[in-house]
Design a protein around this ligand. Structure first.
Ligand code: ATP
Ligand code: FE2
Length: 336
């Protein structure tokens, strides 16, 4: 069934991004178009984000075809992000994918979003078998391949680290500026911090908890005794040390030779620095996925769609319902 030549179109819509990627079977990204929903204030409202996705879907799809320079009928496989994510958002992507697949009479592939983050990172970076740290607004996962699956070695027990940074930033009255996400605004302030303030450091076994850190940082803000720069600095030092500790233990346990950093928070220089130092000590290669492929994007869904299709992992329409809590370690990975 496997043909060398071909294209897969992938749709990403788990949260605030609606993305469409077109990737060739041999791993060339022909298009990766994204439209992000920006709430007027506060965090993402799933219903409003899904309305945004429905509004932009047609335009993002045609832009992707235009950039790729191919016609819809030239696509061989349609992939979509089937979960985990926000129900209303996932449903828009799934509906678009089903409509396309049945109209074009092409196979449909439901892709696990977390798996896609790892697979695009491996492909783009030429990384073989890494310990992955995937850190974003909705996820905090340390994973590595073992016995046919990506096993989750550590994860957050409550909120994701990106969400923790965003809530803290909003409490501090910070606003995303000039296209900079809130995490990047905190990063900029942290560079000017000088004094380290102790905040809760919570690693339980291999899992992490960020809610105590968030609550303590917010109380510090309200107390007004410390500068915002010092709080941002201390907050990052604690949160990123926790992530580095768990990643290091997973690396030591699995004896892998590579660490892959991905997700929106991967853009943070301080986090990169801590992990890079840790990797040097272990003689491991460290790879940071470039932003275009580290944040949510359609190309990662398309590429994982190619991998699944190669191994006959096709999703019949009647089994294409979205899976809001679909875990990474539930997915069999036959290609490694
Ligand atoms: P997912 O659906 O995978 O959970 P997401 O919708 O949260 O993803 P991403 O773009 O992957 O989207 O991640 C966004 C998060 O990354 C936000 O919490 C944002 O503040 C954070 N972020 C972006 N840049 C930086 C940075 N330089 N430092 C720290 N955090 C950052
Ligand atoms: Fe994501």
């Amino acid at each position: 069934m496997w043909r060398r030549e071909g294209y897969c179109l992938g749709i990403e819509s788990t949260a605030d991004d609606f993305g469409v990627g077109i990737v060739s079977f041999n791993g060339k990204v022909l298009a990766n178009v994204n439209d992000v929903y920006i709430p007027e204030k506060g965090g993402i409202h799933p219903r409003e984000a899904s309305r945004h996705h429905a509004m932009v879907a047609g335009r993002v799809l045609s832009e992707a075809f235009e950039r790729a320079g191919i016609k819809p009928k030239e696509v061989d496989v349609i992939a979509f992000s089937q979960g985990p994510g926000l129900g209303p958002c996932l449903r828009v992507g799934a509906t678009a994918a089903r409509a396309l697949a049945s109209y074009l009479n092409k196979p449909l592939v439901g892709v696990n979003h977390c798996l896609a983050h790892i697979e695009i990172g491996r492909m783009i970076g030429g990384v073989k078998d890494p310990v992955t740290l995937y850190v974003s607004g909705g996820n905090t996962i340390v994973a590595a391949f073992e016995a046919r699956r990506y096993r989750v070695f550590g994860e957050t027990l409550d909120i994701a680290v990106g969400n923790c940074l965003d809530v803290f930033a909003r409490e501090a009255g910070l606003k995303p500026k000039a296209g900079k996400p809130l995490g990047a605004v905190v990063e900029e302030l942290a560079l000017k911090g000088r004094k380290f303030i102790h905040l809760p450091y919570t690693v339980k076994g291999m899992d992490l908890s960020f809610s105590g850190l968030l609550t303590a940082a917010i109380s510090l803000l309200r107390e007004g005794r410390h500068s915002l720069e010092d709080i941002c600095y201390s907050f990052q030092e604690i949160a990123f040390s926790m992530l580095t500790e768990v990643t290091e233990r997973a690396l030591a346990h699995t004896e892998k030779g590579e660490v892959l950093l991905t997700g929106g928070v991967a853009a943070n220089r301080r986090l990169q620095e801590m992990l890079r130092n840790m990797c040097e000590e272990h003689g491991a290669r460290f790879y940071v996925v470039p932003k275009e492929y580290a944040t949510d994007n359609g190309a990662m869904i398309a590429w994982t769609g190619v991998l699944c299709y190669r191994y006959g992992l096709i999703t019949p329409v009647e089994k294409s319902f979205v899976k809001l809590k679909w875990r990474l370690d539930e997915v069999e990975v036959p290609w490694i």
